[in-house]
Design a protein around this ligand. Sequence first.
Ligand code: TDO
Length: 188
Amino acid sequence: MNVIPTAIADVLVLEPKVFGDERGFFFESYNDKVFQQVVGIDPHFVQDNHSFSRQGVLRGLHYQIQHPQGKLVRAARGEIFDVAVDLRRNSPSFGQWVGYVLNDHNKRQLWIPAGFAHGFAVLSPEAEVLYKATDYYAPTYDRTLLWNDQAIGIDWPLATPPLLSPKDQRGLPLAEAEVFDFSGPPLS
Ligand SMILES: Cc1cn([C@H]2C[C@H](O)[C@@H](COP(=O)(O)OP(=O)(O)O[C@H]3O[C@@H](C)C(=O)[C@@H](O)[C@H]3O)O2)c(=O)[nH]c1=O
């Protein structure tokens, strides 16, 4: 497992070791012991999610203001630009974002602890995204941060306007969004 730090200390890119042979490939997409060693926390993942989207779809930026979820994200098919925005009010990186290309070739995973908004744009004709979450879906507390808020300034690699859900079209800019009152250490 190769661990790549990002500009936001608590967000990490994880690169699993892939074993290729004439049959194809094998890799451990999650190993609890290794995760604890490289990330330094003991997560309790309780939900696995799987979504399919077509090119140009953008999902996000989502967070739960109570029962915040840490997420371990990967693209099992296709390619996405995956983004985390720090919403921990007292964090030195509050309001900052990081974004990485995750695809079925690089097999990179993005670890996003609780306290962040998360979203992704689909760069390939189709993409299937799998992610683990450390808390359950809690629709009452589900919030959407506006994907193109100028104050955040995410540089989405999109040639045309994205396809958004009605909920995501109504996302709030950072200045109006509810944010988290903790700054860290990261909650899993
Ligand atoms: C997220 C979620 C949705 N749903 C249902 C509610 C709704 O009817 C349908 C579609 O929900 P959404 O439109 O919120 O799906 P989506 O836009 O894919 O939401 C997801 O986006 C990415 C970026 C995330 O980070 C996730 O945490 C989640 O918020 O699925 C669940 O049953 N469980 C869940 O955990």
